[in-house]
Ligand binder design. Sequence first.
Ligand SMILES: [Zn+2]
Length: 335
Amino acid sequence: MNAHSPQAVQQSWQDAAGRVHAGPVHEAVGDFSVVDCACCGFKHVLPLPTPEQLREVYAHDYYTQEKPAYIEHYLQDKPWWDAVYAERYQRLEGWLPGTRRRLLDVGSGPGLFLLNGRERGWQVRGIEPSAQAAAHSRDSLGLDVQEGFLDENSVGGMGRYDALNLGEVLEHLPDPAGMLSLAHRLLDEDGVLCTVVPNDFNPVQQLLREQQGFKPWWVAPPHHLNYFDHASLSALVARCGFEVLHVESTFPIDLFLLMGQNYIGNDTLGRQVHGQRKQLEQALLGGGAGELKARLYKAFADCGIGREVVLFARKKCQRMRPPAETPQPQEHPST
Ligand SMILES: [Zn+2]
């Protein structure tokens, strides 16, 4: 990282292409500031780590994140994930004819999204940087998963798709517009993108921060470099050659903090409130109330709350504008 004292809040930074990233500073954590960048149109940290620095961070993480509790929790959560993913596939199937069922999951993790697709008759493929997760997907689940990152080197051999899933990927990347451009290249005409990112600096977080003395727990560099919300993600996706079809939220789990259930740093309580959320969603989705759930979670998005933004967008077939172009102000989608 650049040599400067943690007290010196960085407000602007020039990238390797000569673009100056600057804007109002929202938080400063360690050596990083979070600015609302006028150049990019969304909040991100300064300075942005180099690809080499990030590789070092993630090489270390694979060791610590792939611990048994992670797998154990994932298995405990499987029925809930199945319900959540079924809802996402239903949306994709609503926008694509029945003959178009090729899907690429970028950052496919343990393979559960792919598994759900295969069970619904989709032709699915994944690319996943974690060696352990990719091996589990291939060897235990029999899925077609390539180990590695989707980038300029790998994109050429990836094939063509009708749908592309980017779940909790864009917040980690120094160039999320570059990733969306790769997604655009891999999709056939009118193909549909589904992307999920954390909804950060949301009104619930701001209340907790400003009125109750909470620290900005959601600011987590160098893992989370970008801090999107519904409007800034919609604007970025639109700028990268997509038409936004639908925006909704995941459950506003941070409401539990406002209710006095402080699960920050408390894994036991965290699992408990997560369990309550799962119970609510499985009751709605499994109980024939999918339409009510959809309207409610769309309303969360309209209020700017919800822990993550879930966005669906269709590839527009006109020629893309280059990602380096300065973003134009975008209206919040009304879908
Ligand atoms: Zn920027």
